[in-house]
Design a protein around this ligand. Structure first.
Ligand code: GLU
Length: 306
């Protein structure tokens, strides 16, 4: 049976619109609070290269925590399984920027998608890359097949001037000996990686290799092995949605990652990658319309990983 994805996306757009006033735009990074809360877009690309979309799918937004999956992918490419000596692979059950757990677990972050874990990954990249920020950007540009992708320096600066919790986490990691580089340098890299801007279209394509056995579609470039892809998809499923990963697995049933810019990207292994953007977030920090849309997508297609 062929699935009419375009019709499904059009239906989803209509069906989620009554909920478009629910939730709140993130405001703890002042520059992010300036976004228009009414934005809504979806882009889906299959492993055959077919594309379907609706709404503001071609408008750039701040990918924020979604970047943590891309930085982790690059770190795994360099260091393989060794990275798990410094970061665990368990859901945290705590807020993404919690300090308490890191203290009582002696500086080993629960997983690479909470901020503490992403800071350790940033540290690994700084140790391995000649020009860390530029080289990471090039990696993302290649995955997205879009040379224009860039940091938003205003957002990075805005986060730097308000990133007190991240600074506390980085200092705590350093005190436990789990950062090799200077705290300032690690934070600077981290704030820039989070400030990357992409459209749903670019984001869906840049995550397609997770659905395409580790290869970039049409480039035949192997980014990660099939076994590494299996592990990363498992991590996205169990840890990709802050303290709501269980709920997302229950409602949607796909591996994915969200960010406080209102983006969500999810993959159906071997079938498609899909990105949604809507800036209003629920209490756990996930996009209200994004979650609803993806729940409808897996329900209407009758396909999830379960
Ligand atoms: N840059 C944000 C922070 O570190 C990322 C938040 C997010 O998207 O989860 O607080």
């Amino acid at each position: 049976m062929t699935i009419n994805y375009q019709q499904i996306l059009d239906e989803i757009r209509r069906e989620v619109s009554p909920f478009s006033d629910e939730g709140k735009v993130a405001d703890f990074i002042p520059e992010l609070a300036l976004v228009n809360p009414a934005k809504f877009g979806i882009h889906l690309i299959t492993t055959e290269g077919d594309r379907f979309s609706t709404g503001d799918e071609d408008e750039k937004f701040s990918i924020q925590s979604i970047s943590k999956v891309l930085s982790l992918s690059l770190a795994i490419k360099f260091s393989g399984e060794k990275i798990w000596e410094r970061i665990d692979v368990e859901p945290s059950g705590n807020a993404f920027n919690s300090l308490i757990q890191l203290e009582y677990e002696h500086g080993k972050p629960r997983n690479p998608f909470i901020n503490a874990g992403a800071l350790v990954v940033a540290d690994m990249l700084i140790s391995n890359l000649a020009e860390p920020k530029e080289d990471f950007l090039e990696f993302v540009r290649n995955l997205a097949d879009c040379p224009e992708i860039d940091f938003n320096y205003k957002v990075a600066q805005s986060e730097k001037s308000h990133g007190f919790r991240n600074a506390a986490l980085a200092n705590l990691l350093k005190s436990f000996g789990n950062l090799e580089n200077d705290v300032e340098q690690v934070l600077d890299f981290y704030f820039h990686q989070c400030s990357i801007e992409m459209t749903c279209r670019e984001l869906a394509y840049s995550f397609l290799f997770f659905a395409n056995e580790g290869k970039i579609l049409h480039k035949d470039e192997q980014i990660l092995t099939q076994s590494q892809i299996k592990r990363l998809n498992a991590l996205m499923l169990t840890c990709g949605f802050y303290d709501e990963s269980g709920e997302f697995a229950y409602e949607v049933g796909l591996p994915g990652k969200s960010g406080i810019g209102g983006g969500i990207v999810a993959v159906h292994p071997k079938t498609y990658s899909v990105a949604t953007w809507s800036p209003r977030l629920n209490e756990k920090g996930n996009s209200v319309l994004g979650m609803r849309s993806l729940e409808l997508l897996t329900t209407k297609t009758g396909m999830s990983v379960f």
